[in-house]
Write a protein that binds this ligand. Structure first.
Ligand code: ADA
Length: 570
């Protein structure tokens, strides 16, 4: 399954899921002896021979093309470096597991064609973001792949930006198109919002051009807004007509919602109404599937979060699977989505590949996930060197890049630098990762009060404040009358004290527990020494989603205790 809705009615699209040939090999040759068949999507660590394999592998499948046409291959996620070969020719290269990429191959003859994907999940200097870390970089084609037959002029993507002007909903609809032909192509673009037609306009795409954009502001008027309380969605179907033609030659369907996100007076607003974000940091990780989630497990995660009363999730520490985001759109879960980076020191940020690799992730994250109404915050660089002048340059560059791609959502980053932070002035929302009662003995109330002062003094005055991480280990099933660290009882105390402090303070606009589920960490580096069982055990449910004692504590606070705060419009 690629998405929760059909994205094309005109363009022919097929998902390439299934069993692919696989070889564990570091040979540069294409097509070694394939000794396995592995599921795509999937993580190779799920195979008994490859449980801890870090290195290179090759996947192969065949596709049947019925008539001569251009084809587009889209990969939703390959972990972490991919080289794609079509009939033995390199057609795409990509780094970073968690963002989609695509390639177009022109004039493909009818027949059976081979696709080979070389995949590498090893750590090296060339990989600045996937490093040994407090989560696991799996190997494989972890998200779905699609193959599409495209017309010579086609729609690359749509950016839908809703806005309410004088009480009336309108939206800027930007359609980005491409022309593969040798001659200029006059085209007309038309839209349908559910069944209601509207015109976008006519233009000519010059020969051999991509990234051609046509934008129109449309007044929609009579629509129901999207909110976390009532997540109303609409299908937005854009059709491309070649000159004079009666039937569309291409289309792209997105699912959109009418909502605005703003920040003012230390608060976050959805549709001008203050909201307090209550939720979890979540790694896409499960012992049975690694980072390659089927729909059922995504739904199960959301069901558990919603059962505890959460209204929000932070995609720590990378862009998430689009199907998960589709589910958040449907269920009204507000999403903090962030680029891929965790805990990089200044030295790691000085890696020569770092700036370029972040630039690509940021663009792919925003462009691909732009239309999800559930995403209300873009964030970058969790716990990196934002306390240094040189680090600040990276934060500034990346935040400016994201703002240039999307001016409609507030920006943030999660900092652990307390009063040494240098970048609060660059964002709309100040967010802090502090672990009172776990890494230190501080009182969460005192610490959150101090956080507000640091924010005020360091460029975050008037901005909303989010406690973006707090929590403590709780080993599933480990009970202790003395409530020692690591016991489920101690985790209950830690979560209780933190939530008690944050839910009582009006100036706290959000709280994300670290973390939803236990997750695997890398064996390389020093992580196993810090993480018993080679896992981060701060989950409120364990890796298999069995609730720990703290589950009901969270439920008590998320479902009941925050209802009194910030329900009035600002
Ligand atoms: C951090 C970090 C998380 C996780 C957490 C912990 O601050 O952002 O990824 O490592 O701490 O468990 O210590």
């Amino acid at each position: 399954m690629l998405r929760l809705f059909e994205t094309h009615k005109v363009r022919k699209q097929q998902e390439l899921s299934g069993l692919w040939d696989f070889a564990k090999t570091d040979s540069d040759e294409i097509n070694p002896a394939y000794s396995y068949q592995l599921p795509v999507p999937g993580c190779w660590e799920m195979h008994p021979d490859l449980l801890t394999y870090r290195g290179k592998g090759q996947y192969r499948t065949f596709v049947n093309i019925e008539r001569k046409s251009a084809i587009r291959l889209e990969f939703k996620g390959v972990s972490h470096t991919a080289e794609v070969y079509f009939k033995g020719i390199l057609v795409a290269e990509h780094y970073n597991a968690y963002t989609p990429f695509s390639t177009v191959i022109n004039d493909v003859e009818p027949g059976r064609h081979e696709i080979v994907v070389k995949v590498d999940n090893s750590f090296s200097e060339k990989s600045s973001l996937h490093i040994p870390n407090d989560y696991y970089t799996y190997g494989g084609i972890i998200r779905p792949i699609s193959i599409e037959e495209i017309a010579s002029s086609y729609i690359e993507r749509i950016a839908f930006t809703p806005e309410k002007v004088n009480g009336v909903w309108q939206a800027e609809v930007e359609v980005i198109t491409s022309n593969l032909a040798e001659k200029d192509m006059p085209i007309t673009l038309k839209g349908l919002l559910d069944e209601h037609p509207f015109d976008i306009g006519t233009t000519t795409i010059p020969a051999k051009t991509n990234g051609m954009s046509l934008t129109k502001k449309i007044i929609f008027g009579d629509v129901t807004e999207w909110s976390h309380e009532k997540p109303q969605l609409y299908l937005l179907d854009i059709q491309l007509f070649l000159e004079e033609q009666e039937f569309p030659s291409d289309d792209l369907i997105e699912r959109v919602g009418f909502r605005t996100v703003t920040t003012k007076n230390e608060r976050i607003q959805i549709n001008d109404k203050d909201v307090v974000l209550k939720g979890f940091n979540r790694h896409e990780d499960h012992p049975l599937v690694g980072a390659s989630f089927p729909l059922q497990l995504m739904i199960h995660d959301l069901d558990l979060m919603i059962d505890m009363g959460a209204n929000s999730v932070r995609t720590s520490h990378y862009p998430n699977d689009e199907i998960f985001l589709d589910l958040c759109d449907e269920r009204g879960i507000l999403v903090w989505e962030e680029n891929h980076a965790r805990g990089l020191s200044l030295e790691q940020m000085q890696n020569p590949y770092f700036a370029k690799q972040c630039d690509v992730v940021n663009r792919e994250m925003v462009e691909n996930h732009y239309n999800h109404p559930s995403i209300i915050i873009w964030a970058i660089l969790n716990e990196c060197a934002s306390n240094t002048e040189e680090g600040r340059i990276h934060y500034k560059t990346q935040l400016e890049q994201i703002r240039s791609l999307d001016h409609s959502r507030p920006l943030s980053f999660a900092s652990h630098h307390r009063d040494k932070e240098l970048c609060f002035d660059l964002v709309d929302i100040v967010s802090l990762n502090l672990y009172p009662q776990w890494y230190g003995d501080e009182d969460p109330g005192d610490l959150v009060d101090a956080s507000r002062l640091w924010a005020n003094q360091l460029g975050g005055n008037g901005k909303p404040l989010i406690m973006s991480e707090f929590g403590g280990d709780g080993f599933y099933g480990f009970r202790s009358p003395t409530k020692v660290k690591g016991s489920e009882e101690r985790q209950v105390d830690i979560i209780e004290k933190n939530l008690e402090a944050y839910t009582q303070r009006d100036f706290v606009s959000g709280m994300y527990i670290w973390q939803f589920c236990d997750c695997r960490v890398t064996e390389e580096g020093s992580w196993p020494l810090m993480r018993a069982q080679t896992q981060n055990s701060k989950g409120i449910v364990d890796a298999y989603r069995r609730p720990k004692l703290a589950y009901s504590t969270v439920k008590k606070y998320f479902k009941e205790a925050t209802e009194h705060v910030k329900t009035e419009p600002s």
